[in-house]
Design a protein around this ligand. Sequence first.
Ligand code: SF4
Length: 619
Amino acid sequence: MGLNDVNLLQEKIKTAPGCPGVYLMKDASERVIYVGKAKNLRARVRSYFGGTDSRRMIPFLVSRIRDVEFIVTDTEKEALILENNLIKKHRPRYNINLRDDKNFYSIRIDTKEAFPRFQLVRRVQKDGARYFGPYSSSSSVKETFRYLNRIFPLRTCRDLELKTRKRPCMEFQINRCLAPCCGLVADRDYRKIVAEAILFMEGRACSLIRQLRSRMDRAAEGLDFEEAARTRDRIGAIEATLEKQRIVSASFRDQDIFGLYREGDRIQVYAIYVRKGAIIGQRGFPILKTGMESSGALSSLLKQYYNTGVTVPGEIIVPEQMEDARVMEQWLGEKKNGRVSLVVPRRGDKKALLAMALSNAKNALRAEEKLEANNEEVLDTLAKALLLKKLPCRIEGFDISNIGGQYAVGSLVSFNRGVPEKSGYRRFRIKMKEGADDYGMMREMLERRYREGVNMPDLIVVDGGKGQLGVALSVLRGLGLEGVDVCGLAKESRAPLAGGLSRIYKDRDRVYLPNRKNPLYLDRHPRALLLLQRVRDEAHRFAITYHRKVKEKADFRSVLDDIPGIGKARKNALLAYFREMDTIANASREKLAEVSGIGKAAANSIFEYFQAQKNETPG
Ligand code: SF4
């Protein structure tokens, strides 16, 4: 750092505002490497340079700081919100970045809709809808979802189907839906069931049961025995569901419990979710690698976690006191629209729950370490077997999928230390039209991925043999990126023998490497081969899924394009109603006319079009 820079930085620190706000620390290339908030910016920033901040990461951070920027806020809570947003924007190296690749299921209901329905979603959005969860196990969330549909007869169909249906579907016949699609239920009655379902999801089943009991009694007194029997069955179903939940807290509160286990710079946080005294889910967060003290790391994680829109409970149990606990309580209270307490328990139920979360955190870290050690060993074997320049910590795999050059797509999958990293996945719609062969498509995809030369992997795996490998090498050479290792993985199935015969081999994968005439067989390193196969198979799966999507869309549109009088709106209505082309092709005139916007004339045209096609098809 030049003398001028030192003076400038010292001057900035000296004149830092003595009020709440956010500070952004930058390195020599002006990259933001740390974002923090403070009640008093001047005092906080001086503590970094005056040696009074004893956090382990400070010496590393300070040695890299070349500039500091301040943003003043009116309150500490505003600073907390701004800090969160800036961390999300800059992803600074020395902050905790919650890269939560695991998208847990939540259950969503949007009460703003005319006839709300429950949906299973992977992403919680800030859209004003209610979200319940997240649920760590997909089987438990699916079970809850099934209960919901069984107990509360709300619609399960999509919005377009709700609007376009002329007759109720099967759900109505089996008493699982009140058929708002056809106006068979009054808004008020539907809303009542929505409110009951929400009570159930909030864990307030006891008050729900009380309400239902009095409704049942009223119905019986009014001699409406059908309604009384329906309500009795619903009470029974709720009680059976409750019996399966494990009550762990006599306080019957909503609580999130965060256990934290640390080994050196590695921190594992494990959460247990309790609703009305029963555990509804638990999960481990991705391991944090940081020199930051545990309470600071936990505070950063909680801020980022609750900023994703997940449900905020009334009580959050943590293992140690956090410096900014009070301001966090305020911020969380606003999110919840109620009081939120951050509690460090000393005894009783809460302490026992925390102990459970801590022991789970410890187990999760140990399990992860074991997995990493195994993966490290496999990476090392692979590096030695293929004579790679580096340990293949980050591997990218490519595949293409098409039918005779049509609907051509490509896929890129990314593996970090042997584990798929979904955030690195990418799909390509192949643009080239001329000479669309497999090699050309692979070339286009690789060029599009690597032309910027950023975030390069340690190893590239292409699906195929010498040809595909040659394409990859020539793309990298053309882009001046020859330093990256590349291999091709091809399946061997048969070999020609004299006399036009062929000898069938068991499928055996061959690895093609640059500057090597013959392929390599990794029979002696089965786990290393398995890793390459997983990369190849995952790329294949990802490409095929995308290809199907593209093809289905195109098929659907192109067939309907041939029918006179079927425009975009009608195509969409047909798609929403029937979902599949075969169902449309086999639908009767009457069924087709049920779709909203498809009058008798259009239904006739569609019906006749498919009849004509069937008559033309031999056999
Ligand atoms: S189509 Fe009608 S009956 Fe079927 S789920 Fe939707 S609203 Fe209910």
